[in-house]
Structures are given as structure tokens and as C-alpha cells.
Design a binder for this molecule. Structure first.
Ligand SMILES: C[S@@+](CC[C@H](N)C(=O)[O-])C[C@H]1O[C@@H](n2cnc3c(N)ncnc32)[C@H](O)[C@@H]1O
Length: 274
């Protein structure tokens, strides 16, 4: 394959993408950037990288499309079951205890980097199943990939993608159609899909749980650090952070405490309150 980008152009786009969203390209994954940009040039009928650079830096919509095209959106329902066992057996019982004397009985969850929605739907199905009244919940699901968000928002998944959903959940929360499965309104209503770039402030406060799994791996240390610091500000005094099982905050200057449960390792914010 002939490279599209010269070394100087690669450097230019590498910096642009990094500054926009924290995703890091290096010489090892340069070919991915090359092929994704080739596609964008073809779609825009442009012949030169320079013309595309001028377009993308002057047009916000094209910037969003370009960022969308360089993301990796691999996901699945019930990805890494031990995380959901931790949610069910540790996190939710602790949050229920925490909120028992409070007027606020809503558990607020954010699926940050939710891709096509399998993660927020998994969380919503579990919480709908296990939360006793008067507790309730809301899930916000965000990503920088507009194409992925659209899939999540539609809540329709072909047969091949529903693997991992337990049979009883599938029956209860989805309706089978000729071509796949449509999420039911009662579960869709619990999830709010939203475009959000993790490198920007979200304005969120008092969240109880953040899931940000398999997203940090695409960032370098500095970008990871800034995202994790923001998460601290978004979370309530006693709250929980799930990151991917191959990701870690080890060596990072952060106030999050490492928490080893019987099911999986997660992080907690545990501010001393009187
Ligand atoms: C591999 S998917 C992970 C999906 C899901 N969390 C999971 O673990 O299955 C990574 C997602 O992170 C998103 N992402 C990457 N950089 C981002 C950023 N700066 N802000 C928001 N989302 C981002 C990508 O668009 C992609 O959908």
C-alpha cells in the first residue's frame, strides 16, 4: 500500500487529532490513520492532503467526521462480566446504603466512550432488574463518534450483535424483528445519548458511577491524566470508577483509591464526610 501521508503530513494530523481528542497515533498505528484519511479524501473528492487539512481545520462538521473516522468502536453486550458482577454485588449495595437517609434515591451513571451503546444498555438492563424501590437510576452515554451514537440511540442490534445478553433479559428488554432485536421503550428511556469529547469539561457533577472502559488505551499518559482528573470532579464524594480490565491508574498522580473486590478491581472516590 502506498502511504498517503508524508512524514510532515503525518506529524500535522497526529498533532491535530491529539489536540482535539487525545487519541494518539504513532509509527506503529500510522497505517490506520493513513487509510482512514484516504477514505475522508475520497468522500470529499479532494486530491491533496493539504486541501483536506484546510477543510478539516475550517469546518467543524468535517472535524467531527474526521475524529469519528479515526476512532475504534469495538464493543459488546456484557463485555467483561466480572465488572457487572462487581456492579451488582458490591457497588449497588454500597450506594443503596449510602443513599438510604438521603432524599435523593437516583443512581447516576455515565458510560463515557459508549460506542454503539452495548455498555449503557447492559448497565440499564441490570439496574432495571436489581434496583429495589424507591431507588431509581439514569444513564448518560456519550462518545465522539456520531455514527456510533446514532446506533445506540436507535437501539436496534442485528442477531450477530446480541450475543452475551442473557435469554431472560433479551425477552424482557428487547423485541425481536425480522432482522434483529429492538430495545424496548422502557429501557431506551433510561439512557440519554449525548455527543461529548472527554478532553472537554462535561459540567457533570455528583455522579455515582463512571464507566470509561477501553477508551484510555487510545490516549497517551498526559491525556489519560487530564480525563481522570476531570472524572474526580464529576463524581459524588462516595462513588465508583470502572476502567477497562487492561487499563490502570498505576503510577498516575490521582486521588482515586484502588479497590479490589471479590469480582474485579475498580477505583473509588472515598472522601471523608462527617
Ligand atoms: C473501544 S470503544 C469502547 C466502548 C465501550 N466502552 C466498551 O468498553 O466496550 C472506545 C470508544 O471511545 C470513544 N472515544 C475515543 N476518544 C474519545 C474522546 N476523546 N471522547 C469521547 N469518546 C472517545 C471512541 O469513539 C470509541 O467509541
Amino acid at each position: 500500500m502506498v502511504d498517503l501521508l508524508t512524514d510532515a503530513e503525518f506529524e500535522l494530523f497526529r498533532k491535530l487529532i491529539y489536540n482535539q481528542c487525545g487519541i494518539t497515533f504513532s509509527t506503529t498505528n500510522r497505517s490506520i490513520l493513513d487509510s482512514r484519511l484516504k477514505e475522508r479524501l475520497r468522500e470529499k473528492s479532494l486530491d491533496t492532503v493539504k486541501a483536506y487539512y484546510d477543510l478539516v481545520t475550517s469546518n467543524e462538521d468535517e472535524m467531527k467526521s474526521m475524529l469519528d473516522s479515526v476512532t475504534t468502536n469495538l464493543t459488546r453486550f456484557f463485555r467483561n462480566q466480572p465488572h457487572f458482577d462487581t456492579l451488582i454485588n458490591y457497588v449497588i449495595p454500597h450506594l443503596i446504603e449510602e443513599k438510604k437517609n438521603s432524599a435523593d434515591k437516583t443512581i447516576k451513571v455515565w458510560s463515557a466512550g459508549c460506542s454503539t451503546g452495548e455498555e449503557p444498555y447492559t448497565i440499564a438492563m441490570i439496574l432495571k432488574d436489581i434496583l429495589p424501590a424507591p431507588y431509581t437510576f439514569q444513564v448518560t452515554a456519550s462518545d465522539i463518534s456520531l455514527k456510533s451514537l446514532m446506533v445506540g440511540q436507535q437501539g436496534f442490534y442485528p442477531e450477530a450483535r446480541i450475543a452475551g445478553i442473557p435469554e431472560d433479559y433479551l425477552k424482557r428488554f428487547f423485541t425481536k424483528t425480522d432482522t434483529g432485536y429492538q430495545a424496548n421503550k422502557d429501557i431506551m428511556d433510561k439512557i440519554h445519548f449525548d455527543y461529548h469529547n472527554l478532553q472537554h469539561d462535561s459540567g457533570k457533577r455528583n455522579l455515582d458511577i463512571i464507566f470509561c472502559r477501553n477508551v484510555l488505551i487510545y490516549f497517551d499518559e498526559a491525556a489519560q491524566h487530564s480525563v481522570i482528573n476531570r472524572f474526580w470532579d464529576y463524581l459524588a464524594p462516595h462513588s465508583y470508577l470502572f476502567i477497562g480490565h487492561s487499563e490502570s491508574l498505576f503510577g498516575m498522580k490521582t486521588n482515586f483509591e484502588f479497590l479490589k473486590t471479590d469480582w474485579a478491581c475498580i477505583y473509588q472516590k472515598n472522601l471523608k464526610t462527617n
